[in-house]
Design a protein around this ligand. Sequence first.
Ligand code: SF4
Ligand code: SF4
Length: 668
Amino acid sequence: MINDPKIQLTRETFGNIPPWSVTAFYIIAIASVLIFFWGVWRRWKLWKQGKPISIRKILLGNYQRLKPRLGRLFKEGLGQKRVRGRGLASWAHIMMFVGFIVLFLGTTLLEIDHLATKISEQFHFHHGWYYVIYEATLDIFGLLFILGISLFAWRRMRRPNSVGHRASDWTVLGLFLGIGVSGYFVEALRILWDQPKGLALWCSPIGALLAKPFSSMSETTSRSAHLIVWWAHSLMVFGFFAMIPFTRLLHFITGPMNLFFAEPSLGKLKPITIEEIEETGIVGVSEIPHLDQQQLLSLDSCMECGRCEEACPAFASGKPLSPKVVVQDLKGLMEATANGESVKLHGDTIQEETVWSCTSCNACVTACPVRVDPLGLLFDLRRDRAAEGALAGSAANSMRQMQTKGNPWGFPQEERLAWANGLDVQLASNKPDFEILWWVGCAGSFDRRAQKVTRAIAKLLIKAEVNFAVLGPNECCTGDSARRLGDEFLFQELAEKNHSTLKQHGVRKILTQCPHCLNSLSNDYPQFGDQFEVVHHTEFLQQLIDDNKLSSPNDSDSVTYHDPCYLARVNGIHQSPRDLLGNNINEMKRHREKTFCCGAGGGRMWMEEEADQRVSVLRAKEAIETNAKTVAVGCPFCLTMMTDGVKSCDSKAEVEDVAENLVKRLGL
Ligand code: SF4
Ligand code: SF4
C-alpha cells in the first residue's frame, strides 16, 4: 500500500477547515500567545525584585562555567534525571513529558511545513516516508501522553498528603486529557474520508482503530463532525497555552530555567562579606527583595510535588517545618510584595521555630526535581535571625563558647589532647615532617564517648605506622555549626584562625573523623583561602587495609550502618565504611545518599529537643528494625544521637563508630 505510486503519502494541513476558520484559528492563536507572554512578564517582574544575578555573565562568560549548566538542562530537564526513581509518580511524569515534547515538536514541524509551502511548493516536506514516520510517531506518543495524564489523575485521586492540591490542577489534567483524546478523534474523523484504510493503519494505527465504529458515517457528516472536534481541540490547546503562567504548569518554563541558573549548593553556602554589608546594610533575608533573582525564580519553579517534605526529618518528627511550605510561603509573600502589600517575613508568615528546626541534612536539596533549594532559603532566613540576636538558649551559649574558648563546650583549649594519654600522638609543632594532619575536631577531643573513637583511630594509625600529627591546643572549632546557624562572622573568624594555623604547618592533606569538619574544610574553607585534600577516617582506614598496612579483619557480627548526611549525601562517601564493616550489613530502608538524618546537623546538636519530636528516635527505630546487633556510625554527632535514640527505644543494640568496630575485630 505504501509503495503504491497512486497513493499520495501526505495530507493537507488545514484539510476540511474553511478559510474563515483558519483566520479565526490564527487570531485566537496570537491572542493565546499574547496572554502567555503577559503572564510570563508578570512573573518576570516578581523575580526582578530580587538581588541581581548577572545573566549576561552566566550566558556569555566562560564556557567552562556554562557547560555544567547546559549539562543540567539536558540531563535533568530533557533527561528527567531528578524525576526518576519514584515509581508511579516518576513514570507518570516521564510519559507525560515525553509525549508532550513529541506532540509539541510534531505540531511545530507541521506548522513550519504549512508556512514553508505557502512560500513555495518546493519547500513542502510533509510527504512520502517522512510523512508516514511522522504520523505514526505522533500517534504512538499521543497514547503515552494520555497514559501519563491518566496515571497522574489516578495518583491525585488518592490524594497523597505531601502533594499540593488545588482545584486548578483538575482543570489542567482535564484539559490535557481533552487535548489528547480530541486529537485522536480529529484524526479518526479525517481518516473516514481522507485516507485509504490500509494507509491509515500504517500512519495512524490508533486513529484508524478509532475510525472503525464510524465507518458507516457519510462523508458530509464526518466532515462536519471533524470541523467541530477540530475546533474543540484547537481551543483546548490555546487555552492550555494561555494558562501556563497562571497555573502549576508554570514550571514548564521556570523548572528548566531554574535547573540552568541554580548554583549547585550541596554542602556549600554563599559567603557574606563585610563590604557587602557596608554597602547594603543587610545580613541574610528579612524581606523578599533580599533574596536573589534566582532564588525568586526558584519559588516559581516549585510545583508542590512534596518530595522535599517527604524527605525532611524535621517534618517527619513533628517540628513546625516543611520545606515545601517554606517555599510556598515565600512565593505567596513574593506575590504580595509585588501587589504593594507590606509583608513581614519573619514572625507573621515564617515562624522563628520553623527557621531553627532545620537539621541542614540537605535531603530537600537532593529531593527536588527542579533544584529548588529550601535549605539555602532557610540559611538566609537564619542569617537574619542570628544577626538580630534571635538565637537563644543552649545553642547561643555554644556559639559564645566557640567564640571565646574555641570549642562549643567551653573546655580549656589546653585539654584538647587529654584523650591521647598514653598514646604516641605527636603535635604538628613537634613533628614538622608529618605527612597527614589529623583534624580531631571538638567532639573527638572533648566529648567523653567520642574520645573513645579518637583513641580507636589513633591505635589504628599507630599500628599502620602512619606519619601523622595533630594540632592539639592549636586546633579550633571549624565553625561549621556557627555557619549553619547563621552566624557567618563567627564562622569566618574561626576559619581565618584555622587557616593561618594550617598554613603555618604547611598542611596539604587532612584526616578527619567528623563529617561536619570534613565538609567545612573541603567545601567552606576554600572560599576563604587554601584548598586541602580532606579524607574521612573510614576512607583512610580502608586505604590502609588495601595497602596491607592494616590486616584485613573478619566480617563484623550483624551490623547496620547509619550514613551521616554530611558524609554520604553531601560528600558521596558511603562505600568505604561498608567495606570496613564487611559482608554482614543489614541495610536500613534509607541508606547511602538517601540516608535519614540523626537530628544533630545545622546546629541542632546544641539545641534542646522535645522528647516526642526527636529525629534520633525515628532513625534509631529504622536501625532497630534491621535486627542488627550493632549500629555503626561514622560521625561523633551521629554517635551521640543514635546512642540516645537507641536507648529511648529500649533496644540492646550497641552503637559504635566504624573505627571502634575495626579495632575490636583486629583485636587491638
Ligand atoms: S535540610 Fe533537611 S531538615 Fe532542613 S528543610 Fe531540608 S530536609 Fe528539612
Ligand atoms: S521545593 Fe521542589 S521538592 Fe519541594 S515541593 Fe517544591 S518542587 Fe517539590
